[in-house]
Design a protein around this ligand. Structure first.
Ligand code: SF4
Length: 460
């Protein structure tokens, strides 16, 4: 039997889809090349923006049509669906099971199924352990059963994607912060940290498959709280020691998303002293004005953030800082906006994820007064993008001429004779090399910068 995944949203969703896919694979299922050929479709959803949900409703509309055609209901034969009907009649399975998981599933639960009868199972983030039973029910041709959302969050054994040299390792789930614009705490629930023994067990699995780089994942990764008071810097130390002791294939450790308010001095020291922890550091600021940060409920000021950045730069001179910046939050004045630009110039981010605020129903910010007109938001966004492009070019140019260890991971789409690799700072380098080097650490001399990708030559 065959499955097909549609995954929307963040790295956490990618990781959770990969973990669920492992269950299908372990049961002998095959990935369908095309959704038309799948027995089961899993839609892993995102609720962060209303537009993401609208898109998923569109997909549910599509699956309603496909399912109707598979069941050969005459009134479902629209012109476009006739083609699908013929196709399905000749090649495809005769049933379709639609499973919705992820944040939207958690947020809407049973009401989603009520509105969209095409959905057979709504699997909230706490009920992922039910996938084995769902697969059995589909294999046996049984009708969908009711799912009780378990009160306990369980982490999958591994999210490893076959053939990959990099892997996400979820270490915590949920968020306690309630930033005023964010739906995550409402849909993912309170923070749950993964026990150390489970994390180390996953590292063994990844090492057995030759993984070279891991990204520790969580909505608020540096607020990790394991057993016996194990905090995030302590976890990094233990992982570093473990991969040394086990002579693991894993060499590089990254983490995301980190919150500035939980970025302790101890964490900075651990990054500086742990040779496995990479120097590409994402520290999401969101805004440069203390007034707006307060309205966002970020729980740090502009000044706190700048002190943090200076400490990181002093302890980790090669740190490449990246960030998230949100424009057009309610109440953002021209002066507040100028503070964003001045902060960007002061910090000198290597890159930034820049976006404008979209009200999210169910969050405090959505009902705040003084919402900013969309054309103002767009104009401000364009200004920060232009500013960041210049900063990126200036910051990255510093590394031209260096010789660096990089992890070759894919063949370049533009030139099949070239590989793309990642530096420790998480930048991209293109260089000529045989495909046999994919998955290996190699040394490259950085010769030039093109946009935000280096060009280099293979040294060894
Ligand atoms: S820290 Fe804030 S933005 Fe991040 S997930 Fe939690 S509430 Fe959302």
């Amino acid at each position: 039997m065959t499955y097909f995944f549609e995954t929307y949203g963040c790295e956490m969703n990618l990781s959770e889809s990969a973990a669920v896919e492992q269950i299908f694979i372990s049961r002998g299922w095959k990935k369908a090349d095309d959704v038309q050929l799948a027995d089961v479709v899993v839609i892993n959803t995102c609720s962060v923006r209303a537009t993401a949900e609208t898109r998923i409703f569109g997909r549910l509309g599509f699956y309603s049509g496909l399912k109707a055609v598979r069941h050969m209901e005459p009134n479902a034969k629209t012109r476009s669906m006739e083609t699908a009907a013929e196709y399905v009649k000749k090649n495809g399975p005769v049933t379709l099971t639609v499973i919705v998981m992820g944040c939207m599933a958690e947020r809407l639960l049973k009401s989603l199924q009520k509105e969209w009868p095409v959905v057979d199972y709504v699997v909230g983030t706490y009920a992922k352990n039910k996938f084995g039973d769902i697969i059995t029910a589909v294999e046996e041709g049984r009708k969908p059963f009711e799912i009780d959302d378990s009160p306990v969050y369980t982490f999958a054994e591994t999210s490893y994607e076959e053939g990959a040299f990099s892997a996400f390792v979820p270490i915590m789930h949920g968020c306690n912060n309630f930033c005023s614009y964010c739906i995550v705490p409402y849909v993912r629930g309170r923070e749950v940290s993964r026990p150390l023994d489970q994390i180390l067990h996953e590292l063994d699995i990844l090492s057995a498959r030759g993984v070279k780089e891991i990204t520790l994942l969580g909505q608020n990764v540096n607020s990790y709280r394991g057993e016996d008071g194990l905090n995030f810097p302590g976890l990094l130390k233990k992982i570093g020691a473990y991969i040394d002791e086990k002579k693991s294939s894993i060499e590089w450790i990254r983490f995301e998303s980190s919150n500035p308010k939980d970025f302790s001095d101890e964490l900075i020291q651990e990054i500086a002293s742990n040779r496995h922890v990479c120097t590409g550091l994402h520290v999401a600021v969101q805004h440069g004005s203390t007034k707006i940060l307060k309205a966002m409920n970020r729980r740090y000021t502009r000044e706190d953030y700048l002190v943090l950045v200076n400490k990181i730069k002093a302890a980790v001179p090669d740190a490449a800082l990246t960030t998230d910046i949100m424009l057009g939050f309610p109440g953002e004045s021209d002066e507040d906006f100028e503070e964003v630009l001045s902060l960007m110039k002061e910090v000198q981010y290597e890159s930034a994820f820049m976006y404008y605020y979209n009200p999210r129903e169910g969050t405090p910010a959505a009902v705040m007064e003084d919402q900013i007109p969309v054309e103002v938001k767009k104009a401000r966004l364009q200004k920060v993008i232009d500013t960041q492009l210049k900063i990126t070019s200036s910051v990255m140019s510093r590394y031209v001429g260096r010789t660096e260890k990089v992890l070759a991971d894919i063949i370049s789409r533009d030139n099949p004779k070239e590989l793309l690799a990642k530096t420790e700072r998480n930048e991209r380098v293109a260089f000529e090399a045989p495909a046999s080097l994919i998955g290996k650490f190699v040394t490259v001399k950085i010769e030039s910068l093109n946009g935000n990708t280096f060009r280099g030559i293979l040294v060894e």
